[in-house]
Write a protein that binds this ligand. Structure first.
Ligand SMILES: [Fe+2]
Length: 466
């Protein structure tokens, strides 16, 4: 498991349970807060600003004490009377001036984003947004801790805020809307600071409980952000909703289009593009514009207007698509694409069988979300033509002399296939949660569902091979 995997926003496990916890109590004081383990470090710089008590009134740490690793361990064993971040000070906390330096460094080290910014004439506006930021000191402190302890996450926050503000500008949301998108983009994953580093850094397959913990970051994020008069009042809600999707397959509450906010969906789109650009694209040298095939498969995922504006931004970015050769030579490329079209057809067969069975049974929330997620995938495969014989026929006509223009077309098919593999994997994860926790149908139907699920797993494994 990794945070980049999480960022793809397609994990709809435990939607009701994560959401249901939201109004009951403050997660930061209802249990020992993992923020202590992100906050503490050997080199110092974090000091208590008051006596820190647990929820029974026992004094844990005196005022002006260094929060070192030993004291952090103590804090991790107690529920506190009030949130830890309100009782500590972090040295060299980020200011607007140091945020400006961070954004400048980020842009310098991501040349395509820098070039797009220049082409779209966004530099001056970004500077004004940073200079005009009115981040409460507790939040500036948290972003400082993120920068130090979750540096990759911090870079992603910079990118998301940059893109969210740009999308808001292109949608003509006005000064307030652009600022709200900017701040929500910057802080959207602030909830990760209240999830234990062991869970965030765990390697390998994540358990259902780990995903549940990871997914809680949206609810925690909302709690952290609400109640600050300095912040636009759309920000906390946008953070809560940044993994929701218009087709009702997101989390924490699987809301549908009619009850989602624009800023929340702008952050969802920025976060998805961020995950591509900063994740898989960074490894293959692809640039931001190469995300167009991904967008084509997500035209209705986060409001059509947001999709349209995002496509425009990439098209007007001045960037060119990047031809990427197959790592084992381009002669391997056509056989790969052909095999994948075939496996995709097999996957479609399994998904249709599962969807048909699901439609005939009375399922609970997870079953409904799983059915919607599979519908979304089937719709994407159908409208993109990615499992059609015509595509197969076209690909099979390609001979060994692959020039750049053919390579770009093959790249585009591969990127769309990758996106579909992502979507199917995510749909299957949701479906597994349904099978594990909620599937109460008779044993014969269960056996049928599990058989189709196994076949789907098999197709997915083959699709993932290069
Ligand atoms: Fe997130």
């Amino acid at each position: 498991m990794s945070l980049s995997a999480e960022n793809r926003d397609q994990l709809a496990l435990n939607t009701s349970s994560v959401g249901a916890d939201a109004g009951l109590s403050d997660i930061r004081t209802s249990q020992p807060d993992p923020y202590a383990s992100h906050l503490a470090n050997e080199s110092g710089g974090v000091v208590s600003t008051e006596d820190i008590y647990d929820n029974r009134g026992q004094l844990l740490i005196r005022r002006h004490a260094e929060i070192d690793l030993r004291r952090a361990q103590l804090l991790l064993q107690h529920r506190l009377i009030k949130p830890l971040e309100e009782q500590v000070q972090v040295k060299d906390s980020l200011t607007n001036a140091s945020f400006f330096v961070e954004y400048s460094r980020f842009l310098e080290s991501h040349r395509d984003i820098f070039a797009a910014q220049r082409h779209l004439r966004f530099a001056r506006q970004l500077e004004q947004l940073i200079q005009g930021m009115n981040l409460p000191s507790v939040l500036a402190q948290k972003m400082t801790v993120m920068k130090l302890r979750l540096p990759e996450q911090f870079q992603k926050a910079l990118f998301s805020s940059w893109l969210a503000a740009l999308i808001a500008r292109e949608m003509d949301l006005g000064k307030e809307g652009i600022y709200a998108a900017f701040i929500a983009g910057l802080t959207h994953d602030i909830g990760f600071l209240h999830i234990s580093p062991e869970i965030l850094n765990k390697k390998g397959e994540a358990s259902v409980n780990d995903w549940r913990a990871i997914q809680s970051h949206v609810v925690i994020g909302q709690m952290v952000l609400k109640g600050y008069p300095e912040l636009p009042d759309t920000v906390a809600r946008a953070v809560l909703e940044h993994h929701e999707r218009c087709d009702g397959t997101g989390y924490p509450t699987a809301k549908d289009e009619s009850s989602l906010s624009v800023i929340g969906q702008i952050i969802a789109m920025s976060d998805a593009l961020q995950a591509l650009r900063m994740g898989v694209f960074a490894k293959t040298g692809r640039n931001l514009r190469d995300a167009l095939p991904f967008l084509r498969l997500n035209s209705n995922t986060h409001f059509y207007d947001i999709y349209r504006v995002s496509v425009d931004i990439l098209r007007k970015s001045g960037l060119e698509p990047t031809p990427v050769a197959h790592p084992q030579g381009n002669s391997q490329y056509v056989p790969l694409i052909v095999k994948r079209i075939d496996y995709l057809k097999q996957a479609v067969g399994s998904i249709k069988s599962i969807a048909k069975t699901l439609s005939g049974i009375e399922s609970g929330p997870k079953g409904k979300v799983a059915a919607r997620t599979f519908d979304h995938v089937l719709n994407g495969i159908t409208t993109s033509g990615m499992a059609r014989d015509e595509l197969l026929g076209w690909v099979e006509l390609i001979d060994d002399s692959i020039d750049d223009s053919i390579l770009l077309e093959i790249n585009e098919i591969e990127l769309m296939q990758n996106e579909l593999i992502w979507q199917i994997t995510s749909a299957q994860r949701t479906f597994n949660a349904f099978l594990e926790r909620e599937c109460n149908v008779d044993s014969q139907l269960q056996a049928t569902l599990r058989m189709h699920n196994e076949q789907l797993r098999d197709s997915l494994e083959k699709l993932r091979q290069r």
